[in-house]
Write a protein that binds this ligand. Structure first.
Ligand SMILES: Cc1ncc(C[n+]2csc(CCOP(=O)(O)OP(=O)(O)O)c2C)c(N)n1
Ligand code: SF4
Ligand SMILES: [Mg+2]
Length: 289
């Protein structure tokens, strides 16, 4: 895409993430693109640990650590207070995990989307409750091992991208850390917009997915190239743009890097491949309209 990443150094080194953590990498691109004139809202998650406690925060911006249920409600209050004070320049960004977004915080997020509140919401999706030892969330994919689904999760991942777009919010985008320019460009685009902007970032978790320390970017790229996690945008709930999609790479290559899938047999791998192909065809039909 040729997008030049703007690194404002709002995110500092020396934070408490596992070495090689994709969530920390995503946070770097997000807050460095938004700049210091930003207020963060963070619920309990690895993101809260990485942000750190004030005055020892890893980020050069104010961060309000809220409850798992209330990120979008907290951001609503902060954004409205700024507006009431005549401040139209400070941005408000939620950075929440998938557990805090797909599940526990969904009620307040859906209501804020319905009201089209004026803030950016980024979900750092590592497909499980990783900070508490890898329990399943509704973002955990079909058949993935977690500590609470030892035989593999029996239901598919919730399609939150489409659910958020169905609220007809101005902007919904998917992104991942293996495509840093694409991620930074989407954050920069969201920064210039008004209303509720939602970015869903796939952020592989080394511990929860059973990855080698240096495998984050590779597995994130394979998620896109195999069609498991296409990168696309939806504006006003209806205008679809594909940024990066399936290159026809077999899903087995993506699964093979992750210990959370090592219990799968050939028939289960083929079943996952069929489902990924179906979803990819569904998305292509929407792109065509
Ligand atoms: C209502 C509520 N339930 C449970 C917890 C315990 N808890 C703290 S962090 C966390 C995991 C959150 O998972 P996710 O949002 O996916 O973020 P991640 O740790 O994966 O980055 C949980 C369950 C809590 N703080 N509040
Ligand atoms: S547990 Fe996973 S998401 Fe949390 S800091 Fe470690 S690698 Fe990152
Ligand atoms: Mg998570």
């Amino acid at each position: 895409m040729g997008y030049q990443i703007n690194e404002e150094k709002v995110f500092n080194s020396g934070h408490a993430a596992c070495p090689g953590c994709s969530e920390a990498l995503a946070m770097r691109y997000i807050v460095n693109t938004l700049g210091p004139d930003t207020i963060g809202v963070v619920p309990p998650s690895c993101i809260a640990i990485i942000s750190g406690p004030q005055p020892l925060s890893s980020m050069r911006m104010p961060v309000y650590q809220t409850t798992l249920e209330a990120s979008a409600a907290s951001a609503t209050g902060i954004a409205r207070a700024l507006k009431a004070k005549g401040n139209d320049h400070t941005k408000v960004v939620v950075m929440a995990g998938d557990g805090g977004t797909y599940d526990i915080g969904f009620q307040s997020l859906s209501s804020a989307a319905e009201r089209n509140e004026d803030f950016i919401y980024v979900c750092l999706d590592n497909e499980g409750y990783m900070n508490t030892g890898s329990q399943k969330s509704s973002a955990t994919p079909y058949l993935a091992y977690t500590a609470s689904t030892p035989a593999g999760k029996q239901t598919p991942k919730k399609n939150l991208a489409e659910i958020m777009a169905a609220h007809r919010i101005p902007y919904m985008a998917t992104a991942t850390t293996g495509y840093p320019e694409d991620l930074a460009r989407k954050v920069a685009k969201a920064k210039e917009m008004k209303g509720l902007r939602f970015i869903l970032v796939l952020a592989p978790c080394l511990d929860g997915w059973g990855l080698a320390d240096n495998a984050g970017p590779k597995v994130s790229r394979l998620a896109v190239e195999s069609g498991v996690f296409p990168l696309y945008e939806i504006e006003n709930g209806e205008r679809y743009t594909l940024n990066y999609g399936s290159k026809g790479t077999p899903v087995s290559q993506y699964l093979a890097l992750q210990k959370r899938y090592r219990h799968l047999n050939q028939a289960q791998i083929e079943e996952i491949q069929r489902e990924v192909d179906l979803e990819w065809q569904r998305l292509q039909r929407k792109l065509a309209t």
